[in-house]
Design a binder for this molecule. Structure first.
Ligand code: NAD
Length: 282
């Protein structure tokens, strides 16, 4: 019989997530049986800290692994038996693999973004890149950008303390690169001389409409990547594209973080192009 897997996603408001159908369809297409359950702490009326009880419970119930999302990616750290060095450096876990008796934390947000950038903007200049947003997604993206050989990374956030903390942390992990913290109140100065802009704040999502950068500041050869993927076409990307900039939406990051998690859960690589095609059908 085909190997079978039981995995899940812990987070708040995860009911509509596209990650479960992506995993289940890829498993079916590759001859595996995989059941992917959402464990929605908001629906269960549980506090974010309950991830510390849910992870060991899932292990006892025979889950092979879990994805972890907002607001639990950091709260899960204390109940894990080990972390990959990347997850430790990022300080957040989005994938837990139960291996024998132990729970090991991984971060596939960074590898998903790195792969998405490589695929979507393979020739993008990487001398100086501005990252807007130093939260959970920003930390993974900062790691990915430096691993993708960005020479100078400017980490900008409305919360300048958070920008400084992230710039310092990734700078320590990638000592060959320059990491500069910045505020977000002067996008013109921020983008002067930048090759690329990666947006990792919630601005542009349905409940945070708008764009963080005035349209007139977007001009080639600047390239623009957005990690927001609901909607896929944000106002920022529409503006950038209409001004002639190369762009990258957040869809491939969402797919490739799932693909890397799938590989960790099942031990075999998925067909990433097929997963991307599935995602665009959903
Ligand atoms: P978060 O709350 O952890 O961090 C957001 C950060 O943005 C905060 O530090 C905040 O101070 C800053 N910020 C908000 N508005 C700003 C502005 N106008 N200018 C500068 N900084 C501003 O959120 P998060 O978990 O990092 O999520 C951010 C976005 O990334 C969400 O839209 C989420 O859906 C998306 N995301 C996408 C993927 C993917 O796979 N494509 C993965 C994770 C998150």
């Amino acid at each position: 019989t085909a190997p079978s897997y039981l995995v899940g996603l812990i987070g708040a408001g995860v009911g509509p997530s596209l990650t479960p159908p992506m995993h289940e369809r890829e498993a079916a297409a590759s001859g595996r049986r995989l059941i992917y359950r959402t464990i929605d702490i908001a629906e269960l009326d549980l506090p974010p800290e309950s991830v510390a009880d849910l992870v060991p419970a899932a292990r006892r119930l025979g889950f092979n692994g879990l994805n972890i999302t907002h607001p639990c990616k950091q709260l899960v750290l204390p109940v894990l038996d080990g972390l990959t060095s990347d997850a430790a450096a990022i300080g957040a876990v989005n994938t837990v693999v139960f291996d024998g008796g132990s729970a090991i934390g991984h971060n596939t947000d960074w590898s998903g973004f790195a792969r998405s950038l490589e695929r979507g903007l393979p020739h993008a200049a990487r001398e100086r890149v501005v990252l807007l947003g130093a939260g959970g997604a920003g930390a993974a993206v900062a790691h990915a950008l430096l691993a993708s050989e960005v020479r100078t990374l400017v980490v900008a956030d409305l919360d300048t303390g958070r920008a400084a903390e992230l710039a310092e942390r990734v700078g320590r992990r990638f000592p060959g690169a320059r990491c500069e913290p910045a505020g977000a109140d002067d996008p013109g100065r921020l983008l002067a001389g930048a090759d690329g802009l990666v947006h990792a704040t919630p601005v542009g999502m349905a409940h945070h409409p708008g764009t963080p950068v005035p349209r007139e500041l977007l001009r080639p050869p600047l390239w623009v990547a957005d990690v927001v993927y609901r909607p896929l076409r944000t106002e920022l990307l529409d503006d950038a594209e209409s001004r002639g900039c190369a762009t990258l939406d957040g869809g491939a990051m969402a797919v490739f973080q799932a693909a890397d998690a799938f590989q960790l859960f099942t031990g075999t690589p998925p067909d990433r192009d097929r997963m991307l095609a599935h995602f665009h059908e959903l």
